[in-house]
Design a binder for this molecule. Structure first.
Ligand code: ADP
Ligand code: MG
Length: 254
């Protein structure tokens, strides 16, 4: 039965999509059957994997609305064990169309139920908001991974996210755990980066991943080649960091 991890933070640009794509690819590279679910209408995760979002017949939107079988939506990738449940701008409509639907928060959970046993890990990339799409992701998930950028305002808005997680845990998904805080875009030459990591590790004792993701230009270049960083430059610091993170996460399940 797959372990489902939602990558969430309502702030944009903190490294959610970079983490979702490269963590999923690194887990697949470790020979675990992996599914990446793109829950962001911007579909950056799809683009980053070379999927043409304008050419999709079905997307996660149709899964949420019950208009297509998830198996007909799945797309294979260049990595043998990595599949994607793609999205595109259709998904903007789901947020509105689901408002009046019964049990609107559990649509993704229900859709994934049919294929959950076919994967070891399911990674969900969330949009930069705490709306219904993120609520669906957190309701379907076993745990949430929160990327935090190593910058002065890193923790701003975090209490809102923690509050949302608490409400979903209490009302919709008692299994939900905070898997961990992931420090992203760490710059070793920058004093502030060091200060922020110390502060966050102190504040969230025991909840911060050992692995930190460095600021690395290869990570920002790989998406324009339509591949995860490990297929672009496997020896780059970015690739090594996400492979380490995958090992840390797979190890936690043992
Ligand atoms: P989010 O999904 O939270 O909005 P992204 O993963 O799209 O964030 O990252 C925002 C931008 O920062 C993207 O252009 C991405 O390529 C870049 N980026 C993310 N992580 C790193 C990193 N560790 N090093 C360098 N650039 C990064
Ligand atoms: Mg994103």
């Amino acid at each position: 039965m797959a372990k489902i991890i939602a990558i969430a933070n309502q702030k944009g640009g903190v490294g959610k999509t970079t983490t979702a794509v490269n963590l999923a690819a690194s887990i697949a590279a470790a020979e675990k059957r992996t599914l990446l679910v793109d829950m962001d209408p911007q579909a950056n995760a799809c683009t980053g994997l070379g999927i043409d979002k304008t050419a999709l017949e079905y997307t996660v939107y149709h899964a949420l609305l019950g208009e297509a079988d998830v198996r007909d939506i799945l797309i294979k990738t260049d990595l043998d064990l990595l599949d994607v449940l793609p999205s595109n701008t259709d998904l903007i409509g789901a947020e509105i169309e689901l408002v009046t639907a019964l049990a609107r928060e559990i649509k993704l959970k229900s859709a994934l139920e049919a294929i959950r046993h076919e994967y070891d890990f399911i990674v969900i990339d969330c949009p930069p908001s705490l709306g219904l799409l993120t609520v669906n992701a957190l309701t379907a998930a076993d745990s949430v991974l929160v990327p935090l950028q190593c910058e002065f305002y890193a923790m701003e808005g975090l209490s809102q996210l923690m509050n949302t997680i608490r409400i979903i845990k209490n009302q919709l998904n008692p299994r939900l755990e905070i898997h961990g805080i992931l420090l992203t875009m760490f710059d070793g030459r920058n004093n502030l980066s060091h200060q922020v990591t110390v502060e966050i590790r102190k504040h969230f004792q025991g909840q911060v991943f050992q692995t930190m993701i460095p600021r690395n230009v290869r990570l920002s270049e790989a998406p324009s080649h339509g591949v995860p960083v490990l297929l672009y430059d496997v020896s780059s610091k970015g690739a090594v960091a996400y492979l380490d993170l995958a090992r840390e996460i797979i190890g936690m399940g043992d």
